[in-house]
Design a protein around this ligand. Structure first.
Ligand code: C2E
Ligand code: MG
Ligand code: MG
Ligand code: MG
Length: 291
């Protein structure tokens, strides 16, 4: 019985650890089959331009629809996909889906940029640039409509390698975004070295922000820094109107968060955009104007 926990010459005799390892292996196998069976889906969350209060882009966020279980959030399976390398085929699938969907919307007359997340392992993949070029080509999406989001964790293992990869991606014409800014390490150093176009302020800071607080000073400084570097500054995790008002005062460019919408499947996102059009802004704005 104890032998069951043996892998590559290591044995786990401790029952709790054994169970953990088994659980992980199980999840890995389930992910592998899920990929073959196409059990994944991509949801899209609007990014709103602060000046016009209109949706100007979306972020593609993957989910796993597990039969008999329901929707599983990426936080639960992306780390395992990352560890096992399954993130490479999964990431490619998301990229292709996102480019095709954005192009479909363009053909319907909706000019939306689409942002796709890249994990550390994807960034190190030597085939990434070719995969991105292929996704653009086969969809027909103009490269400048594609944004690739990276975190500082992705560039940490090898900055030189990451710099090379990002230069290749930039040469394709895609835009590069620094995601979760402020939460990683040596942020300013990376901000200075990486060829990014967009700065996404981590949602932690937005959520913690109250007027005249230290956190709001930090957000204000991040927005000002991004602006003066010529970057498009996006606030993530915008949940209420007070956040919106504070960020407007700071000169933030774009907003993303539950105040506007959760990530939605394409037909629901189209419903959202239709309501936004009818209200000439976010749906709740129409309601408050009528009051
Ligand atoms: P992220 O790229 O920072 O994406 C933003 C996350 O914040 C999303 O969670 C979104 O649903 C959530 N969010 C947006 N607005 C709000 C808000 O107002 N309040 C709160 N509480 N949350 C908000 P989600 O979809 O669960 O994704 C979590 C993370 O998983 C993403 O963080 C990203 O790092 C990763 N991820 C998602 N899809 C992919 C993918 O296709 N590839 C890779 N490599 N990573 C992905
Ligand atoms: Mg992101
Ligand atoms: Mg983020
Ligand atoms: Mg993240």
């Amino acid at each position: 019985r104890a032998k069951e926990g043996c892998r590559e010459g290591y044995c786990f005799f401790e029952p709790a650890l054994n169970q953990k390892v088994r659980h992980r292996l199980e999840l890995e196998n389930r992910l592998r089959t899920a990929l073959q069976k196409e059990e994944f889906l991509v949801c899209y969350q609007p990014k709103i331009d602060l000046a016009s209060l209109r949706t100007v882009g979306v972020e593609a966020l993957v989910r796993w629809r597990r039969p008999g279980v329901g929707l599983i959030s990426p936080g639960e399976f992306i780390p395992v996909a990352e560890e096992t390398g399954l993130i490479i085929p999964l990431g490619r699938w998301v990229l292709r889906q996102a480019c095709q969907q954005a192009q479909r919307w363009r053909e319907q007359g909706r000019q939306l940029s689409v942002a796709v997340n890249l994990s550390p392992r994807q960034l190190l993949d030597p085939d990434l640039t070719r995969a991105v070029a292929e996704a653009l080509e086969e969809s027909g999406l103009p490269p400048e409509q594609l944004e690739l989001e990276i975190t500082e964790n992705a560039v940490m293992p090898s900055l030189e390698l990451a710099l090379g990869r990002l230069a290749e991606l930039a040469a394709l014409g895609a835009r590069l975004a620094m995601d979760d800014f402020g939460r990683g390490y040596s942020s300013l150093y990376h901000l200075h070295r990486l060829p990014i176009d967009i700065l996404k302020v981590d949602q932690y800071f937005i959520k913690e922000m109250t007027p005249h607080s230290r956190v709001s000073s930090i957000v204000e400084a991040m927005v000002a820094m991004g602006r003066s570097m010529g970057l498009v500054v996006v606030a993530e995790g915008v949940e209420n109107k007070r956040h919106l008002e504070m960020l407007a005062g700071m000169g933030c460019h774009q907003l993303q968060g539950f105040l506007f919408s959760r990530p939605l499947e394409p037909p629901r996102l189209e419903d959202y955009l239709a309501r936004e059009e009818a209200a000439s802004g976010p749906p709740w704005l129409g309601a408050s104007r009528r009051q």
